[in-house]
Design a binder for this molecule. Structure first.
Ligand SMILES: Cc1ncc(C[n+]2csc(CCOP(=O)(O)OP(=O)(O)O)c2C)c(N)n1
Ligand SMILES: [Mg+2]
Length: 586
């Protein structure tokens, strides 16, 4: 192949872009700036590059995060020098916490301009600290450095970004003038001589083989014995990363026939994925008599963290003799300091082998008692869903879980949306891919992440979010507007942070409303108008279903704003929990 090479800066940039693409990393998300011109031109000139251009580097980084969450592959974010780079921080943190692949390719000034008060020059070296999985300061392009170095840098960056130890990596590329693609070097053929075989090929320069972690036979047997011998076991499923993991975990929980608390980010909570999943398990375990009689002897936790504080409290209170955590990463994931056996292994392989080796059990009395309790509570939720016309946060979560098209993705904002879906989502709806920023549980960048999630899934996404999260990321409505896959934003406008009403600070009325709830009195039609998005303001359940259906039919991005009274919302949650628990007692 012949790479465009107007000058050496440009040739290096073309090498970078081509090598990313050969690694399967062909999505480039760019914000404009002049120092990154060689990189932007190289992207523009490579016909295999897929792009998104956005003016806000913070949103752009979250967009790439959503893409990485959906695909397990990084996108490349290209930024100019200065504060543009610093705007990547929140997304880099989330990527680190959840091990989501992401590549930052930032332009920087050459060494002679660093630390000289030169314009738009900040210290970009290791700017993301330990949150970046890998950092490289790529020198200014020079004929004295072989082109192989550029290629192996990309290969290492992609490798370090992916997999169970992945996250964001930062390639900081210094450039001197000329930044524009004007011809300068007469002939660069000589310079490329050593990579001729690479040029004639389509493969990356270095191929990486990743080891698959698995536990040894001793540990395997120990776990197998424990699972076989335990009657009162409980499975907790946290975030799972792929369909292959979901299928392997489903197989194991089927064989074990223990009750299962599946976090909403597992992807197993919605849809009838398994009878063993106790859909409203939070309602059960927060009911004292039930919790006291249902402490597990063994907890088997599969995958990442989980959202529910109640589940964490229940496990702590029960004090199981063994808490086995199986996850594919090496990090400590044990906020309650309860884990007694930690297995770092490929979840798919380990669960498949365990399911194969274990004898499939019949439902025990222990599991049956969880189901019985669950069955006693279900009618309360059913009655609530079927009777009444008014809209509320629980009913919206419930209705979305019922009405979301199977070909959609679902993205849940931090704060009440993710919890409401966990609590009130109906498992009789379709099983859809679920995304959320739960690594650091920020309410920032939500619209951008959901839009990148849609780009990665290559399907429309329904986004359930709160008003503060919406306002926080207003700028990213432009991403939703331009998205090739519709983003349906259902925003629960309760005029502030509804979650705080559930916290003990709510009792301190002298400061609660102003300093915690932070009401704003805003409504979002003008924002929809500004970004040219369809806007709906349903006031009843029927209107909600109608407008949601209409948006699906039209197939364009839209905002559905639901006005909620925060006090009523709190009261309704409490009432529903009480009614469910009363039913349990009865
Ligand atoms: C970036 C960031 N800032 C602050 C917080 C603390 N915080 C947690 S929930 C919340 C309120 C969110 O309000 P909203 O999006 O309206 O959701 P609601 O609580 O009403 O469901 C805040 C500010 C956070 N998680 N992330
Ligand atoms: Mg709110």
């Amino acid at each position: 192949m012949k790479l465009p090479a107007h000058n050496l800066n440009h040739l290096w940039a073309s090498l970078l872009v081509e090598e990313f693409i050969r690694n399967g990393v062909d999505h480039f998300f760019l914000a404009s700036g002049f120092r990154c011109a060689p990189l932007a031109v190289a992207v523009a000139e490579n016909p295999k590059a897929k792009t998104m251009i956005h003016y806000d580097e913070r949103g752009l980084a979250f967009y790439a995060l959503g893409f990485g969450l959906a695909t397990g592959r990084p996108a490349v974010v290209i930024n100019t020098s200065g504060t543009a780079v610093a705007n990547g921080w929140p997304a880099v943190v989330e990527a680190a916490m959840e091990r989501i692949p992401l590549v930052f390719l930032t332009a920087d000034r050459p060494p002679e301009l660093r630390d000289t008060a030169a314009n738009q020059t900040i210290d970009q070296v290791k700017i993301f600290g330990d949150y970046a999985r890998w950092f490289v300061d790529l020198p200014c392009p020079s004929r004295s450095i072989p082109p192989e170095m550029v290629l192996t840098t990309v290969d290492q960056a992609v490798y370090r970004s992916c997999g169970a130890r992945g996250g964001a990596v930062h390639v900081n590329a210094m450039y001197r003038d000329p930044l524009v693609p004007e011809p300068q070097d007469k002939d660069l053929t000589d310079y490329l001589h050593s990579v001729m075989p690479w040029l004639d090929d389509e493969k990356p320069y270095t191929e990486y083989a990743r080891p698959e972690p698995s536990c040894g036979p001793d540990i395997f047997e120990k776990v197998q014995r424990l699972l076989e011998q335990t009657e009162r076991g409980l499975v907790i499923v946290g975030r799972l990363c792929s369909d292959a993991e979901r299928s392997a975990v489903s197989g194991l929980i089927q064989t074990l026939a223990w009750p299962v608390c599946a976090d909403i980010t597992s992807g197993l909570r919605l849809g009838a994925t398994s009878r063993n999943i106790i859909a409203q398990s939070d309602m059960l375990i927060s009911h004292e008599p039930f919790a006291n009689g249902h402490g597990p002897e063994v907890v088997l936790h599969l995958g990442g963290r989980f959202v529910s504080k109640k589940l964490a409290a229940f496990v702590r209170h029960s004090g199981p003799a063994e808490y086995v955590l199986m996850a594919d990463h090496p990090e400590r994931q044990d906020p309650g300091h309860e884990v007694t056996l930690r297995i770092e292994a490929d979840l798919k392989g380990l669960c498949n082998t365990l399911a194969h080796k274990l004898t499939r059990r019949a439902e025990s009395r222990w599991t049956a008692s969880w189901h019985k309790a669950m069955d006693a509570m279900q009618p309360v939720l059913g009655k609530f869903a079927e009777n009444g016309t008014d809209l509320s946060e629980p009913i919206c979560a419930h209705m979305i879980s019922r009405n979301i098209p199977p070909a959609h993705g679902l993205f849940l904002a931090s704060s009440m949306p993710v919890r409401d879906m966990d609590l009130f989502g109906d498992s009789k709806g379709p099983s859809v891919r679920v995304g959320a920023n739960r690594g650091a549980s920020g309410v920032d960048g939500t619209i951008a992440t959901a839009t990148g999630f849609a780009r990665g899934l290559e399907r429309p996404v329904t986004l359930l979010m709160g008003d503060l999260a919406f306002l926080h990321d207003l700028n990213s409505l432009n991403l939703a507007r331009k998205s090739p896959y519709p983003i349906v934003i259902v925003v629960m406008n309760n005029n502030g942070g509804g979650i705080f009403s559930f916290l003990p600070i709510a009792r301190f009325e002298h400061c609660f409303e102003t300093y915690f709830s932070t009401p704003h009195g805003l409504t979002f039609k003008p924002a929809a108008d500004m970004y040219g998005l369809a806007y709906y303001h349903p006031k009843t359940r029927q209107e909600f279903v109608d407008s949601y259906g209409e948006v699906m039919e039209k197939g364009t991005s839209a905002i559905l704003e639901i006005k909620i009274d925060r006090k009523d919302n709190h009261a309704l949650h409490m009432q529903l929990i009480k009614e469910m628990q009363d039913a349990l007692e009865a």
